[in-house]
Ligand binder design. Sequence first.
Ligand SMILES: C[S@@+](CC[C@H](N)C(=O)[O-])C[C@H]1O[C@@H](n2cnc3c(N)ncnc32)[C@H](O)[C@@H]1O
Length: 175
Amino acid sequence: MPGWSTDRRRMSDTQKPPRPGEVVLDVTPGAAAAGPSLEFIGEIRTPWGPDDCPRNLIQARETGAAARVILRPEFRPGLLGLEPGQHVILLYWMDRARRDLIRQNPRHGAGLRGAFALRSPIRPNPVSLATVRITTLDAQTGELGIDAIDCFDRTPLLDIKPWKPGIDIPDGRAP
Ligand SMILES: C[S@@+](CC[C@H](N)C(=O)[O-])C[C@H]1O[C@@H](n2cnc3c(N)ncnc32)[C@H](O)[C@@H]1O
């Protein structure tokens, strides 16, 4: 499957000078040789690139543009039990984000925030998540249609988990 390189960061991102108040780590996340290794199970195909990607899932849904998840062949048996109409949580790896900005001054935000107080793709481990609806599922080809998503085309996929209201809605709040 083409496009598995993880080295697709936009250099302009890593070279941008920090905005006022931002804090850049003096360690490079991910640079250590030791540590757990991750396996990308597939990739997400979207109409989006760095210049037109929706800012979040709400905006992605508003565009009306669907997307697809393509699983690598060895992981396709893991789709058993999923079906169209169901909601799943996707965990994906923001492969083109910088990882060293621990306090940020978001362009569209309300002042300085720590990376852990933001849904920004810029974080020490650039893991993102989205709860999406499966629209189609082909276990043979490993292809899932999904209603929408807010990532660039060919963003690597880390995991799929079923969304469970009893678990995922905190404190029994109504959806
Ligand atoms: C704010 S994040 C939200 C991601 C996820 N829905 C979440 O809440 O964790 C979405 C933004 O990440 C950026 N982005 C999308 N795909 C990316 C990728 N592969 N690498 C780096 N940045 C990406 C785009 O600017 C997009 O607007």
